[in-house]
Write a protein that binds this ligand. Structure first.
Ligand SMILES: [Zn+2]
Length: 81
């Protein structure tokens, strides 16, 4: 638990205004219990595009194939409006 203290300040980069979108994804929900990363977007695809580089860089998932996408989609939640 004392391992993941140095995380890059990627959370400061916001592409659009506000916190972002109806859809959210938490890495925890995909099974990475020690990762507090999460993404938001206005659509599943938008979230998926953010998840892909994160998965590659942080979790060394090189082949982001259909199976992985489906797993991520299954973990994406839609916020109640
Ligand atoms: Zn993660």
């Amino acid at each position: 638990m004392a391992q993941d203290t140095r995380k890059p300040s990627t959370s400061t980069q916001s592409t659009h205004s506000g916190t972002g979108g109806d859809y959210s994804f938490r890495c925890k929900d995909a099974g990475h219990n020690d990762c507090s990363w999460e993404a938001h977007g206005h659509s599943e695809d938008e979230v998926l595009r953010k998840v892909e580089p994160h998965a590659r860089e942080r979790h060394h998932i090189q082949n982001f194939d259909e199976h992985t996408r489906n797993k991520v989609r299954g973990a994406i939640r839609r916020a109640a409006a």
